[in-house]
Design a protein around this ligand. Structure first.
Ligand SMILES: Cc1cc2nc3c(=O)[nH]c(=O)nc-3n(C[C@H](O)[C@H](O)[C@H](O)COP(=O)(O)O)c2cc1C
Length: 351
């Protein structure tokens, strides 16, 4: 470890400010409304204190794990983030290079600005596909089948974004209509009007619990529901066929004043009773934050903006350094707390 991850992230965010247009920077940085959820997300992880174990003979912690049949070198996933072309000219392709170099796991967004096939080529390890169910259900089904055919190992159905949360800055991503359509155009009906296309690629506000099994059956892949903050919703998703859940308030970008994911996580862990893996994201900016998430019962954590700052500042190398930073800090904390493997995490590690 040559530098604290927090210092690296500050450096990268500053570089992103310089490298990006104001519109691009704001699109990434923004939270919804008064940005209260955004502000609180980091602080909620930092409130926890640890109870380290001694004499556990931990020589070299083993960070590897498996989630829904996907092997991971560490319990950290790269969260799906739309329109990565705003952060780097090569967009998701460059991100994929950095993730592969760090043996990480990418969740590729429906709103990618590079062609899925080009991204998949760069991903040397397993990857997952995030699903926005679009008003055009045929388009959604075709995209999901395409991702499955390209090797996606699981689907992540985003549930908290029936439409885009209002943001005072950066509400719209500075991308062209063509960039928006990069992955959709081959599926569109020839001669469709601009209005039809625009309406069809918006999110479907009417998605419901039934959407989970619909997607699972189309793709033959496990479906993880992303964007819930309540125990009753988590249990309902599992009963409806979900294979996992992601506790998330979308990085504070959807409903402002929604509770922090670190606050929501414990009640969901209790209610789920080990029936499925639980992932969590939002404001996770250090290995210690990941440690707290795992001690609270998460199977893994996801990170969004830190990866985009790395991408904007230093391309694939930046992405790799950010992921390496999380790995080094988690490794360090596990060693000092006497935690040998991911399976050894438990609530006893927290006050
Ligand atoms: C610029 C940006 C774009 C995002 N796009 C998506 C998306 O396309 N699909 C999705 O499910 N979540 C999206 N998210 C939410 C992330 O997946 C994740 O929940 C959030 O970024 C986690 O918080 P963090 O940025 O503090 O790590 C986006 C987040 C950001 C910052």
């Amino acid at each position: 470890m040559d530098l604290a991850l927090s210092d690296l992230l500050v450096e990268y965010e500053l570089a992103a400010r310089t490298n990006l247009t104001q519109a691009a920077f704001d699109y990434i940085a923004a939270g919804a409304g008064d940005e209260l959820s955004l502000e609180e997300s980091r602080a909620a992880w930092r409130r926890h204190r640890l109870r380290p174990r001694i004499f556990r003979g931990v020589v070299a912690p083993d960070l590897s794990t498996e989630i829904l049949g996907t092997p991971l070198a560490m319990p950290l996933l790269v969260a799906p983030t739309a329109y990565q072309i705003v952060a780097h000219a090569e967009g998701e392709v460059e991100t994929a290079r950095g993730i592969s170099a760090a043996t990480g796991l990418m969740v590729v967004t429906t709103r990618a600005t590079r062609v899925l096939e080009e991204i998949a080529v760069e991903l040397r390890g397993p990857w997952w596909y995030q699903v926005y169910v679009l008003k055009d259900r045929r388009l959604t089904a075709e995209l999901v089948r395409r991702a499955a055919a390209l090797g996606a190992r699981a689907l992540m159905l985003t549930a908290d974004t029936p439409y885009i949360g209002f943001k005072r800055r950066g509400h719209f991503a500075p991308v062209s209509f063509e960039q928006h359509l990069v992955n959709f155009s081959t599926h569109l009906t020839p001669g469709a009007t601009f209005e039809d296309v625009t309406a069809g690629i918006n999110q479907d506000v009417s998605i419901s619990l039934e959407t989970i099994a619909w997607l699972r059956d189309i793709a033959g892949l496990p479906v993880v529901v992303k964007g819930l903050l309540r125990a009753d919703d988590a249990v309902a998703c599992l009963d409806a066929g979900a294979a996992g859940v992601v506790v998330s308030n979308h990085g504070g970008r959807q409903l402002d004043r929604a509770i922090a994911s670190a606050v929501a996580l414990p009640e969901i862990v209790t209610a789920v009773e080990g029936r499925c893996p639980i992932l969590v994201d939002g404001g996770i900016v250090s290995g210690a934050d990941v440690f707290v998430a795992l001690a609270l019962g998460a199977a893994g954590a996801m990170v969004g903006r830190p990866i985009l700052w790395g991408l904007a500042a230093a391309g694939a190398q930046g992405v790799q350094r950010v992921l390496d930073g999380y790995r080094d800090e988690l490794d360090h904390a596990m060693g000092l707390a006497g935690v040998a493997t991911i399976g050894d995490f438990g609530r006893d590690l927290l006050v």
